[in-house]
Ligand binder design. Structure first.
Ligand SMILES: Cc1cc2nc3c(=O)[nH]c(=O)nc-3n(C[C@H](O)[C@H](O)[C@H](O)COP(=O)(O)O)c2cc1C
Length: 355
Protein backbone atom coordinates (compact mmCIF):
# COMPACT_ATOMS: atom_id res chain seq x y z
CA UNK A 1 0.00 0.00 0.00
CA UNK A 2 2.65 2.53 1.03
CA UNK A 3 4.87 1.71 -1.97
CA UNK A 4 2.04 2.09 -4.46
CA UNK A 5 0.79 5.30 -2.85
CA UNK A 6 4.29 6.78 -2.87
CA UNK A 7 4.67 5.89 -6.52
CA UNK A 8 1.26 7.49 -7.28
CA UNK A 9 2.68 10.69 -5.76
CA UNK A 10 5.94 10.19 -7.63
CA UNK A 11 7.97 10.04 -4.42
CA UNK A 12 10.37 7.47 -3.06
CA UNK A 13 9.40 7.38 0.63
CA UNK A 14 5.92 7.18 2.26
CA UNK A 15 6.70 10.38 4.13
CA UNK A 16 5.08 13.81 3.86
CA UNK A 17 6.41 16.99 5.46
CA UNK A 18 3.17 18.68 6.51
CA UNK A 19 2.11 21.96 4.95
CA UNK A 20 2.57 24.42 7.82
CA UNK A 21 1.15 27.86 7.03
CA UNK A 22 3.67 30.49 8.06
CA UNK A 23 6.32 27.89 8.90
CA UNK A 24 7.46 26.47 5.57
CA UNK A 25 9.85 27.94 3.01
CA UNK A 26 10.78 26.98 -0.54
CA UNK A 27 14.14 25.82 0.86
CA UNK A 28 12.45 23.41 3.32
CA UNK A 29 9.99 22.05 0.75
CA UNK A 30 12.69 21.52 -1.89
CA UNK A 31 15.08 19.90 0.59
CA UNK A 32 12.43 17.38 1.65
CA UNK A 33 11.28 16.64 -1.90
CA UNK A 34 14.84 16.36 -3.20
CA UNK A 35 15.48 13.80 -0.43
CA UNK A 36 12.70 11.58 -1.84
CA UNK A 37 9.78 12.47 0.49
CA UNK A 38 6.97 14.96 -0.24
CA UNK A 39 7.71 18.55 0.77
CA UNK A 40 4.64 20.74 1.25
CA UNK A 41 4.32 24.51 1.08
CA UNK A 42 1.86 25.75 3.71
CA UNK A 43 0.22 28.48 1.64
CA UNK A 44 -2.88 29.18 3.74
CA UNK A 45 -1.77 32.71 4.65
CA UNK A 46 -0.13 33.57 1.32
CA UNK A 47 -1.59 35.97 -1.23
CA UNK A 48 -1.83 34.48 -4.76
CA UNK A 49 1.31 36.19 -6.08
CA UNK A 50 3.35 34.90 -3.14
CA UNK A 51 2.10 31.37 -3.87
CA UNK A 52 3.29 31.71 -7.47
CA UNK A 53 6.63 33.20 -6.41
CA UNK A 54 7.33 30.52 -3.81
CA UNK A 55 6.28 27.75 -6.20
CA UNK A 56 8.75 29.12 -8.77
CA UNK A 57 11.48 29.11 -6.10
CA UNK A 58 10.74 25.48 -5.24
CA UNK A 59 10.91 24.51 -8.92
CA UNK A 60 14.22 26.36 -9.26
CA UNK A 61 15.65 24.23 -6.44
CA UNK A 62 14.67 20.88 -7.95
CA UNK A 63 12.11 19.16 -10.15
CA UNK A 64 10.73 16.65 -7.66
CA UNK A 65 7.02 16.43 -6.75
CA UNK A 66 5.86 18.75 -3.99
CA UNK A 67 2.54 19.86 -2.47
CA UNK A 68 0.83 23.16 -1.85
CA UNK A 69 -1.53 23.29 1.14
CA UNK A 70 -4.50 25.68 1.43
CA UNK A 71 -7.31 26.36 3.90
CA UNK A 72 -10.79 25.98 2.39
CA UNK A 73 -12.55 29.12 3.60
CA UNK A 74 -15.08 31.68 2.36
CA UNK A 75 -13.63 34.58 0.35
CA UNK A 76 -14.99 37.30 2.64
CA UNK A 77 -15.33 37.65 6.42
CA UNK A 78 -17.46 40.03 8.45
CA UNK A 79 -16.16 41.32 11.76
CA UNK A 80 -17.86 43.03 14.71
CA UNK A 81 -15.77 46.21 14.63
CA UNK A 82 -16.76 47.28 18.16
CA UNK A 83 -15.46 43.94 19.48
CA UNK A 84 -12.34 44.36 17.35
CA UNK A 85 -11.69 47.80 18.84
CA UNK A 86 -12.03 46.47 22.41
CA UNK A 87 -9.73 43.54 21.65
CA UNK A 88 -7.13 45.77 20.01
CA UNK A 89 -6.96 48.04 23.04
CA UNK A 90 -6.36 45.11 25.38
CA UNK A 91 -3.91 43.32 23.09
CA UNK A 92 -1.88 46.50 22.65
CA UNK A 93 -1.86 47.00 26.42
CA UNK A 94 -0.66 43.42 26.93
CA UNK A 95 2.27 43.88 24.55
CA UNK A 96 3.15 47.24 26.16
CA UNK A 97 3.21 45.56 29.60
CA UNK A 98 5.58 42.96 28.15
CA UNK A 99 7.86 45.73 26.90
CA UNK A 100 7.28 45.12 23.19
CA UNK A 101 6.66 48.20 21.10
CA UNK A 102 4.04 47.07 18.62
CA UNK A 103 0.40 47.85 17.83
CA UNK A 104 -2.37 45.78 16.30
CA UNK A 105 -3.86 47.13 13.09
CA UNK A 106 -6.87 46.36 10.95
CA UNK A 107 -5.66 44.88 7.65
CA UNK A 108 -7.22 45.61 4.25
CA UNK A 109 -8.61 42.05 4.30
CA UNK A 110 -8.82 39.59 7.18
CA UNK A 111 -7.37 36.75 5.06
CA UNK A 112 -6.39 36.10 1.42
CA UNK A 113 -9.34 35.07 -0.78
CA UNK A 114 -9.50 31.30 -1.12
CA UNK A 115 -10.80 31.43 -4.70
CA UNK A 116 -7.77 33.49 -5.74
CA UNK A 117 -5.36 31.26 -3.83
CA UNK A 118 -6.96 28.26 -5.53
CA UNK A 119 -6.45 29.83 -8.97
CA UNK A 120 -2.79 30.46 -8.11
CA UNK A 121 -2.39 26.84 -6.97
CA UNK A 122 -3.84 25.63 -10.29
CA UNK A 123 -1.44 27.90 -12.18
CA UNK A 124 1.55 26.74 -10.11
CA UNK A 125 0.49 23.13 -10.79
CA UNK A 126 2.24 21.24 -7.98
CA UNK A 127 2.04 17.43 -8.07
CA UNK A 128 -0.19 17.49 -4.98
CA UNK A 129 -2.77 19.89 -3.52
CA UNK A 130 -3.57 19.51 0.14
CA UNK A 131 -6.61 21.08 1.85
CA UNK A 132 -7.80 21.64 5.41
CA UNK A 133 -10.76 23.34 7.19
CA UNK A 134 -13.34 22.26 4.59
CA UNK A 135 -14.00 20.33 1.40
CA UNK A 136 -13.52 21.63 -2.15
CA UNK A 137 -16.51 21.78 -4.50
CA UNK A 138 -17.04 19.61 -7.61
CA UNK A 139 -15.90 22.35 -10.02
CA UNK A 140 -12.67 22.79 -8.06
CA UNK A 141 -12.18 19.02 -8.03
CA UNK A 142 -12.57 18.96 -11.82
CA UNK A 143 -10.06 21.81 -12.22
CA UNK A 144 -7.45 19.84 -10.26
CA UNK A 145 -8.16 16.62 -12.13
CA UNK A 146 -7.78 18.43 -15.47
CA UNK A 147 -4.31 19.45 -14.35
CA UNK A 148 -3.48 16.00 -13.01
CA UNK A 149 -2.96 17.36 -9.49
CA UNK A 150 -3.36 14.73 -6.74
CA UNK A 151 -5.79 15.86 -4.00
CA UNK A 152 -5.25 15.21 -0.29
CA UNK A 153 -8.02 16.28 2.09
CA UNK A 154 -7.67 16.65 5.86
CA UNK A 155 -10.06 14.86 8.23
CA UNK A 156 -10.26 14.63 12.00
CA UNK A 157 -13.14 12.11 12.14
CA UNK A 158 -14.44 9.20 10.08
CA UNK A 159 -17.36 11.36 8.87
CA UNK A 160 -14.91 13.95 7.55
CA UNK A 161 -12.83 11.23 5.87
CA UNK A 162 -16.02 10.02 4.14
CA UNK A 163 -16.85 13.58 3.09
CA UNK A 164 -13.46 13.87 1.40
CA UNK A 165 -13.81 10.46 -0.26
CA UNK A 166 -17.23 11.57 -1.58
CA UNK A 167 -15.67 14.81 -2.83
CA UNK A 168 -13.26 12.79 -4.96
CA UNK A 169 -10.05 13.14 -2.92
CA UNK A 170 -7.22 10.83 -3.92
CA UNK A 171 -6.19 10.40 -0.27
CA UNK A 172 -7.14 11.70 3.14
CA UNK A 173 -4.78 12.95 5.82
CA UNK A 174 -6.09 11.87 9.23
CA UNK A 175 -5.22 14.46 11.81
CA UNK A 176 -5.15 12.80 15.21
CA UNK A 177 -5.74 14.79 18.40
CA UNK A 178 -1.97 14.71 19.02
CA UNK A 179 -1.26 16.88 15.99
CA UNK A 180 0.32 20.32 16.14
CA UNK A 181 -1.21 23.39 14.51
CA UNK A 182 -4.80 24.19 13.62
CA UNK A 183 -7.44 21.51 13.82
CA UNK A 184 -8.72 20.71 10.36
CA UNK A 185 -12.19 19.92 11.76
CA UNK A 186 -15.09 21.13 9.60
CA UNK A 187 -18.12 18.95 10.39
CA UNK A 188 -18.03 19.08 14.19
CA UNK A 189 -17.13 21.24 17.12
CA UNK A 190 -13.34 20.88 17.47
CA UNK A 191 -13.75 19.70 21.09
CA UNK A 192 -15.82 16.75 19.83
CA UNK A 193 -13.28 15.80 17.18
CA UNK A 194 -10.18 15.20 19.30
CA UNK A 195 -9.74 11.57 18.25
CA UNK A 196 -6.43 9.89 19.03
CA UNK A 197 -4.55 8.69 15.94
CA UNK A 198 -4.53 5.04 17.13
CA UNK A 199 -8.34 5.09 17.13
CA UNK A 200 -8.89 7.27 14.07
CA UNK A 201 -6.53 5.45 11.69
CA UNK A 202 -8.05 1.94 11.70
CA UNK A 203 -11.60 3.33 11.91
CA UNK A 204 -11.12 5.57 8.88
CA UNK A 205 -9.05 3.01 6.96
CA UNK A 206 -11.98 0.59 7.00
CA UNK A 207 -14.53 3.30 6.21
CA UNK A 208 -13.06 4.75 3.01
CA UNK A 209 -11.49 3.10 0.00
CA UNK A 210 -8.88 5.78 -0.67
CA UNK A 211 -5.42 5.73 0.95
CA UNK A 212 -5.26 7.25 4.43
CA UNK A 213 -2.29 9.24 5.72
CA UNK A 214 -1.37 9.36 9.41
CA UNK A 215 -0.73 12.73 11.08
CA UNK A 216 -0.21 13.58 14.73
CA UNK A 217 2.61 12.95 17.15
CA UNK A 218 4.80 10.96 14.73
CA UNK A 219 8.41 11.97 15.35
CA UNK A 220 10.52 9.00 14.25
CA UNK A 221 10.62 5.97 11.96
CA UNK A 222 9.05 3.70 14.58
CA UNK A 223 5.99 5.93 14.61
CA UNK A 224 5.82 5.74 10.82
CA UNK A 225 5.85 1.95 10.96
CA UNK A 226 3.19 1.88 13.69
CA UNK A 227 0.98 4.05 11.49
CA UNK A 228 1.54 1.74 8.54
CA UNK A 229 0.56 -1.29 10.64
CA UNK A 230 -2.72 0.48 11.46
CA UNK A 231 -3.47 1.07 7.79
CA UNK A 232 -1.65 4.26 6.82
CA UNK A 233 -0.24 4.55 3.29
CA UNK A 234 2.09 7.35 4.43
CA UNK A 235 2.94 9.45 7.47
CA UNK A 236 2.63 13.24 7.59
CA UNK A 237 4.97 14.94 10.05
CA UNK A 238 4.80 18.62 10.97
CA UNK A 239 6.45 19.28 14.32
CA UNK A 240 9.40 16.99 13.48
CA UNK A 241 10.40 19.41 10.69
CA UNK A 242 9.97 22.62 12.72
CA UNK A 243 13.52 22.53 14.10
CA UNK A 244 15.20 22.08 10.70
CA UNK A 245 17.47 24.98 9.76
CA UNK A 246 15.47 25.42 6.51
CA UNK A 247 12.26 25.94 8.52
CA UNK A 248 11.43 29.65 8.95
CA UNK A 249 9.93 29.20 12.44
CA UNK A 250 11.29 31.70 15.00
CA UNK A 251 14.53 30.68 16.72
CA UNK A 252 12.98 31.10 20.19
CA UNK A 253 10.21 28.67 19.22
CA UNK A 254 12.72 26.14 17.83
CA UNK A 255 14.69 26.33 21.06
CA UNK A 256 11.61 25.76 23.20
CA UNK A 257 10.54 22.58 21.34
CA UNK A 258 12.92 20.04 22.96
CA UNK A 259 11.91 21.33 26.41
CA UNK A 260 8.16 21.04 25.85
CA UNK A 261 6.34 18.80 28.30
CA UNK A 262 3.36 17.08 26.74
CA UNK A 263 0.87 18.37 29.32
CA UNK A 264 1.78 21.94 28.34
CA UNK A 265 0.67 21.37 24.75
CA UNK A 266 -2.97 22.37 24.66
CA UNK A 267 -5.71 23.05 22.17
CA UNK A 268 -6.11 26.80 22.24
CA UNK A 269 -7.87 29.57 20.32
CA UNK A 270 -5.76 32.36 21.80
CA UNK A 271 -3.76 33.48 18.77
CA UNK A 272 -6.06 32.87 15.85
CA UNK A 273 -9.65 32.37 17.03
CA UNK A 274 -9.61 28.78 15.71
CA UNK A 275 -8.76 25.67 17.72
CA UNK A 276 -5.09 24.78 17.31
CA UNK A 277 -2.56 22.75 19.24
CA UNK A 278 0.37 24.65 20.66
CA UNK A 279 2.35 25.46 23.74
CA UNK A 280 0.33 27.06 26.55
CA UNK A 281 2.81 29.91 27.03
CA UNK A 282 2.70 33.34 28.63
CA UNK A 283 0.60 34.93 25.88
CA UNK A 284 -2.02 32.19 26.20
CA UNK A 285 -2.20 32.62 29.97
CA UNK A 286 -2.40 36.43 29.70
CA UNK A 287 -4.83 36.53 26.76
CA UNK A 288 -7.17 39.47 27.37
CA UNK A 289 -10.86 38.71 27.81
CA UNK A 290 -12.02 40.97 24.97
CA UNK A 291 -9.89 39.14 22.41
CA UNK A 292 -11.00 35.67 23.45
CA UNK A 293 -14.32 35.75 21.62
CA UNK A 294 -13.02 36.96 18.26
CA UNK A 295 -13.34 34.41 15.46
CA UNK A 296 -10.81 33.15 12.90
CA UNK A 297 -9.37 34.75 10.81
CA UNK A 298 -10.07 38.10 12.49
CA UNK A 299 -8.05 37.37 15.63
CA UNK A 300 -5.33 35.70 13.55
CA UNK A 301 -4.90 38.88 11.49
CA UNK A 302 -4.91 41.12 14.59
CA UNK A 303 -2.24 39.12 16.39
CA UNK A 304 0.00 38.69 13.31
CA UNK A 305 2.05 41.88 13.87
CA UNK A 306 2.31 41.08 17.60
CA UNK A 307 3.67 37.62 16.86
CA UNK A 308 6.16 38.99 14.34
CA UNK A 309 7.39 41.54 16.90
CA UNK A 310 7.63 38.86 19.60
CA UNK A 311 9.68 36.66 17.25
CA UNK A 312 12.01 39.57 16.41
CA UNK A 313 12.48 40.22 20.13
CA UNK A 314 13.30 36.56 20.80
CA UNK A 315 10.16 36.20 22.97
CA UNK A 316 8.93 32.69 22.27
CA UNK A 317 6.58 33.03 25.24
CA UNK A 318 4.56 35.65 23.33
CA UNK A 319 4.22 33.95 19.95
CA UNK A 320 2.14 31.06 18.69
CA UNK A 321 4.37 28.07 19.39
CA UNK A 322 2.30 25.47 17.52
CA UNK A 323 3.48 21.92 18.09
CA UNK A 324 2.21 18.38 18.49
CA UNK A 325 2.13 16.45 21.76
CA UNK A 326 5.45 14.69 21.07
CA UNK A 327 7.38 17.92 20.38
CA UNK A 328 10.15 17.06 22.85
CA UNK A 329 11.27 14.30 20.48
CA UNK A 330 12.27 16.87 17.88
CA UNK A 331 15.74 16.48 16.32
CA UNK A 332 17.23 19.67 14.96
CA UNK A 333 19.08 18.81 11.75
CA UNK A 334 18.95 19.64 8.03
CA UNK A 335 15.74 18.42 6.41
CA UNK A 336 17.44 15.99 4.01
CA UNK A 337 19.29 14.37 6.92
CA UNK A 338 16.06 14.13 8.88
CA UNK A 339 14.31 12.39 5.97
CA UNK A 340 17.20 9.91 5.65
CA UNK A 341 17.21 9.30 9.41
CA UNK A 342 13.45 8.75 9.56
CA UNK A 343 13.61 6.27 6.70
CA UNK A 344 16.56 4.45 8.27
CA UNK A 345 14.68 4.15 11.57
CA UNK A 346 11.57 2.99 9.72
CA UNK A 347 13.50 0.24 7.93
CA UNK A 348 15.28 -0.85 11.13
CA UNK A 349 11.98 -1.01 13.02
CA UNK A 350 10.43 -3.07 10.22
CA UNK A 351 13.40 -5.45 10.22
CA UNK A 352 13.35 -5.89 13.99
CA UNK A 353 9.64 -6.74 13.92
CA UNK A 354 10.25 -9.35 11.22
CA UNK A 355 12.59 -11.28 13.56
C1 LIG B 1 3.28 24.91 12.83
C2 LIG B 1 2.23 24.07 12.18
C3 LIG B 1 1.47 24.60 11.15
C4 LIG B 1 0.52 23.82 10.50
N1 LIG B 1 -0.16 24.35 9.43
C5 LIG B 1 -0.94 23.53 8.67
C6 LIG B 1 -1.44 23.97 7.43
O1 LIG B 1 -1.19 25.10 6.99
N2 LIG B 1 -2.22 23.13 6.71
C7 LIG B 1 -2.48 21.84 7.13
O2 LIG B 1 -3.16 21.10 6.43
N3 LIG B 1 -1.98 21.39 8.31
C8 LIG B 1 -1.21 22.20 9.06
N4 LIG B 1 -0.67 21.72 10.23
C9 LIG B 1 -1.03 20.36 10.70
C10 LIG B 1 -0.22 19.28 9.98
O3 LIG B 1 -0.71 19.09 8.67
C11 LIG B 1 -0.26 17.93 10.70
O4 LIG B 1 -1.59 17.54 10.89
C12 LIG B 1 0.44 17.96 12.05
O5 LIG B 1 1.64 18.68 11.98
C13 LIG B 1 0.76 16.52 12.49
O6 LIG B 1 1.12 16.50 13.84
P1 LIG B 1 2.63 16.70 14.37
O7 LIG B 1 2.85 18.18 14.32
O8 LIG B 1 2.61 16.14 15.72
O9 LIG B 1 3.53 15.98 13.40
C14 LIG B 1 0.29 22.49 10.91
C15 LIG B 1 1.05 21.96 11.96
C16 LIG B 1 2.02 22.72 12.58
C17 LIG B 1 2.85 22.12 13.67
Amino acid sequence: MSASFASRLGIEHPLIQAPMAGSTSPALVAAVSNAGALGSLGAGYLEPQAILDQAAQIRALGDRPYAIGLFVLPDEFEADMAAVARAREQLDALMAREGIDVRTRVPARWAPRFSEQFAALCEARPAVASFAFGVIDPAQRRELRRRDIVVIGTATTVAEARAWADAGADAVSLQGAEAGGHRGTFLHEPEDAMIGLFALLPLAARAVDIPVIAAGGIMDGRGMLAAEVLGAAASQLGTAFLACPECPAAEAWKQDLPRVEEHQVATIRSFSGRAARGLRNRFVEAMPQAAQGLPYPVLNALTAPLRRAAAAAGRGDLLSEWCGQAAAMVRPQPAAELVARLMHEYRMAKRSLAH
